[in-house]
Design a protein around this ligand. Structure first.
Ligand code: ADE
Length: 249
């Protein structure tokens, strides 16, 4: 998968060379290309922002600079002349979820356009919506200082879904928000050795070797934890059976 990121802080993306994503890049699973937005600004100060029409606080990112940047990144297409999906992080976007991460993981090419200040002149998104798929997405109901951290979050969520990135393919299918038996259930507690630590014991069932009982226990814990911490998720869980209901009683 190819991922381009255009930003005034390309150095913000150093973590994309670490750990899982660093290895995915070394192995050629991820082709990440970082670009400095200011390279497409032509004045001596490499200006990328200006005051907002209509007044108000802050600055708005200029359409000409973003237009040249996006045109130029799109002009170096991979062999089969595909176009990227353009992803613009913004707190006013549609919510980024595991479902969206799965969608993005199936794309051959993503182009991220993280903004600083009050955002990008809206005509940029309108212009490219006629040529590309454009998504304005939010990673949550809080406001970051810029879209860069949101890009890091999204790239990591997408990268770990790519075949060959995680050691154990089951780690992806067991995800809380992935389609499957655990969908919309928060994962319950996990334990490792030693069996007793500061007087606290690992639940006996996990030492029993009884796979059926362990699976039931894990589901019960997931149901209880979801009920306590994110009750709104439970309404989306299909087909609670009798044992499930007992766990929640
Ligand atoms: N930029 C600033 N806040 C953001 C958020 N919550 N999600 C995505 N991009 C953002």
């Amino acid at each position: 998968m190819r991922i381009d990121v255009v930003s005034i802080f390309p150095e913000y993306f150093a973590p994309l060379s670490v750990s899982l994503m660093g290895k995915a890049r070394e192995r050629g699973i991820l082709d990440i290309r970082l670009h400095q937005l200011r390279d497409w600004a032509h004045d001596v100060h490499h200006t990328v922002d200006d005051t907002p029409y209509g007044g108000g606080p802050g600055m708005v990112m200029k359409p000409e600079v973003w237009g040249e940047a996006i045109d130029s990144v799109c002009a170096e297409p991979p062999p089969d002349a595909i176009t990227p999906r353009l992803v613009v992080p913004t707190p006013s976007g549609r919510r980024f979820t595991q479902q969206v991460a799965l969608e993005y993981a199936a794309e051959p090419w993503l182009l991220f356009a993280p903004a600083r200040y009050e955002g990008i002149d809206s005509r940029v998104m309108a212009e490219y919506a006629s040529r590309l798929r454009v998504d304005e997405v939010s990673i949550g109901d809080y406001v970051l200082a810029g879209g860069e951290a949101a890009v890091l979050v999204m790239v990591e969520a997408v990268a770990r879904l790519l075949p060959g990135v995680l050691g154990n393919a089951n780690s992806v299918t067991d995800d809380s928000f992935a389609p499957g038996p655990m969908q919309n259930l928060l994962e319950g507690p996990v334990y490792t050795k030693p069996p007793v630590w500061r007087g606290r014991e690992v639940p006996e069932i996990l030492l029993s070797g009884h796979h059926g009982k362990i699976a039931r226990w894990r589901r019960d814990e997931a149901l209880r934890r979801t009920y306590e911490r994110r009750p709104e998720l439970l309404t989306a869980v299909q087909d609670l059976d009798k044992a499930d209901r007992r766990a929640l009683a």
